[in-house]
Design a protein around this ligand. Structure first.
Ligand SMILES: NC(=O)c1ccc[n+]([C@@H]2O[C@H](COP(=O)([O-])OP(=O)(O)OC[C@H]3O[C@@H](n4cnc5c(N)ncnc54)[C@H](OP(=O)(O)O)[C@@H]3O)[C@@H](O)[C@H]2O)c1
Length: 279
């Protein structure tokens, strides 16, 4: 089993340096994938109300035999549950579906600024943490403006901001904003999904030099950025590979070449539409 380091978050809890993404897997496929991911050594599992797989993730947690306290389970409150009471109800429903008495990490999935309810959702999360139903609270897809508003209004800084981050979209500015506020960046679509630049010389070169796969190079780049990637794979072999990125290191030049792919003037720049509303 891979030895995955952990980060200490701003609330004193810890987060593994790599997690396992579960979207868009559902039904038996989701249970099987989470089970094999836990067997491979993943201890951070990323789900959400919107993924419609919390029951299956919960089944896998129980079947795995891994001690509950070793696993960090993440879920996310969807935009339609942003009013305070809805956010509380949503969290109880997630717990019921997962079969857990607490979530380790709970995020606001999208700020949905056009509804204007994300500060209220954040207050609900702060209260849920105080009640012990959630250990660590954070957000996803938040800009600097959204972050500063909830911090100013509540006095509580999110521990995590999960954002789209991959070589086509290296998010230098948001990574700096998160770091400046003491927030750990998590990376969604960390490989770049279907557009993963596996054939690019900046990725292919280190893969050949270190005898690893292009996916491992990209995930190693994520780790050296200090971001926590949550790659998804339904295949046990790729799951194991994606966790096995601690036996080699990229040079500063190799890191810079991958980051340059996705700079606005780079060859491949482009994240998803930048609306900050639920997609
Ligand atoms: N917060 C948000 O708004 C948000 C949005 C999107 C996603 N997410 C989270 O982020 C997770 C990951 O994002 P994602 O699934 O969009 O993208 P991703 O993890 O970057 O890419 C997943 C794709 O890459 C393939 N793959 C995985 N490992 C590989 C490897 N080593 N070599 C080659 N191909 C590989 C997978 O196929 P196989 O399954 O066949 O291996 C799958 O098609 C999601 O599962 C979800 O938990 C969060």
């Amino acid at each position: 089993m891979s030895d995955v380091p952990t980060y200490c978050l701003n609330d004193g809890t810890t987060l593994p340096a790599i997690g396992f993404g579960t979207w868009p897997m559902k039904g038996p496929e989701a249970t099987a994938a989470v089970l094999s991911a836990l067997e491979a050594g993943y201890r951070l599992i990323d789900t959400a109300v919107n993924y419609d797989n919390e029951r299956e993730v919960g089944d896998a947690l129980r079947k795995s035999g891994v001690a509950r306290e070793e696993i960090r389970v993440t879920s996310k409150i969807p935009g339609r549950h942003h009013a305070y009471d809805d956010a509380v109800r949503s969290t109880h429903e997630s717990l019921e579906k997962l079969g857990l008495d607490h979530l380790d990490l709970h995020l606001i999935h999208w700020p949905n600024p056009s509804d204007g309810l994300y500060p209220e959702t954040w207050r609900a999360l702060v209260d849920l943490k105080q009640q012990g139903l959630v250990t660590t609270i954070g957000v996803s897809n938040f800009t600097e403006e959204h972050l500063r508003r909830i911090i100013d209004e509540s006095g509580v800084t999110p521990a995590v901001n999960q954002i789209e981050l991959h070589p086509l979209f290296p998010q230098e500015q948001m990574r700096a904003v998160n770091a400046g506020l003491g927030i750990r960046t998590e990376s969604w679509s960390p490989l770049g999904k279907r557009r993963a630049p596996f054939g690019e010389p900046a990725v292919r070169g280190p893969a050949d030099r270190y005898g690893v796969s292009p996916g491992q190079v990209i995930l190693r780049w994520q780790v050296q950025l200090g971001a926590v990637p949550v790659p998804k794979s339904r295949a046990p072999e790729r799951q194991r590979q994606n966790l096995d990125v601690f036996g080699f290191a990229l040079t500063d030049d190799e890191m810079a070449a991958i980051t340059a792919l996705g700079r606005p003037d780079g060859r491949l720049f482009g994240g998803d539409p930048d609306t900050h509303e639920e997609q």
